[in-house]
Write a protein that binds this ligand. Structure first.
Ligand SMILES: NCc1[nH]cc(CCC(=O)O)c1CC(=O)O
Length: 303
């Protein structure tokens, strides 16, 4: 067979993810070509993403390349993929999740400050709101760019610390000191690499059915259905994390917060999974009925 063309953004983390998918394919004796594509999301670094008002800003250039048959598959961080996909594009596999958590990284001269005194740089609504829930008087500033850029900006600017996905730090092999943050709940599908293909490409679907990590897929489907049901197309501070425990049950933790973190609705449940039920949707509906609907209206009017 000819070589499989792997489309990816060209950031260091995206390239790592593409090489990881290539390695999986090579283990099955396929040859691969990595095709880097400059994504719109990497071009405008002056505004936070939610202000650009577009979902899928990281994915749409690769969607186009995929639909134009320039690439056979597109590799993404699943947390960057909108819950509603374009026609004829679907997620055909996910790799095993390794590090789902958010961590805190401080600049050198802020090592001894208390958490509530830190000036935090983040452009994530979720990280900001969840941090505010614990430390309401915190000063925030925006920060954009890939992990390396954000680390540089941290040393150069007047803020003390920022938050990263631990997956990004581990994958880049960055030698930075970080702190775990039990106050955070990760973004839906954080730490998961996803492979998108064309729905009408049966050959890629067959190949990737051997690469897909089923337990990860089960968890991220619940998280993404939870997100999709809550948001209905708008962005909001939402955390969602599912994992399969030693008794083969799913434990799900979800949270919806007002932008200032003052109003939060949380759910924490353990259940037996089956493929017929849309658990993410049911869990989100409970949140909506418990005050989530009003909270979503409030968030929409504030953004
Ligand atoms: N927000 C951008 C983004 N999208 C995916 C990752 C890292 C990889 C992942 O968590 O899947 C990051 C960086 C971060 O959140 O710090």
């Amino acid at each position: 067979m000819r070589s499989i063309k792997i489309g990816t953004r060209n950031s260091p983390l995206a390239m790592w993810q593409a090489r990881e998918v290539a390695r999986n394919l090579q283990n099955l004796n396929y040859t691969t070509d990595i095709v880097p594509v400059l994504a719109t999301g990497d071009k405008n670094l002056t505004q936070p993403l939610y202000k650009l008002g577009i979902t899928g800003i990281f994915t749409k250039d690769l969607d186009l390349a995929l639909l134009n048959n320039e690439i056979d598959i597109a590799v993404h961080s699943l947390k960057d993929i909108p819950t509603e996909l374009p026609e004829n594009i679907e997620i055909i596999a996910v790799l095993e999740r390794d590090y789902p958590q958010d961590v805190l990284v401080r600049k050198k001269d802020a090592q001894n400050l208390e958490l509530h005194d830190l000036k935090i740089a983040t452009s994530s609504l979720r990280r900001r709101a969840f941090w505010c829930k614990e430390f309401p008087d915190t000063q925030f500033s925006d920060i954009r760019g890939n992990v390396q850029t954000r680390l540089n900006k941290l040393e150069e600017n007047d803020f003390d610390a920022t938050m990263f996905s631990l997956a990004a730090i581990e994958r880049m092999g960055l030698d930075v000191h970080y702190e775990h943050l039990p106050i955070m709940i990760s973004a839906p599908a954080q730490g998961v690499v996803a492979i998108c293909g064309r729905s009408d490409n049966a050959e890629m679907k067959e190949i990737f059915s051997h690469i897909n990590h089923k337990p990860t897929q089960i968890c991220v489907e619940i998280e993404r259905n939870f997100l999709n049901t809550l948001e209905g197309g708008c962005t909001a501070p939402i955390g969602a994390f599912a994992e399969i425990n030693e008794r083969n049950e799913v434990r799900f933790i979800g949270r919806l917060c007002s932008l200032d973190g003052k109003n939060c609705i949380e759910t924490d449940e353990i259940f037996e999974w089956n493929e017929h039920e849309n658990f993410g949707k049911t869990l989100a509906q409970k949140v909506l009925e418990n005050g989530g609907r009003e909270l979503m209206h409030q968030i929409k009017s504030e953004i």
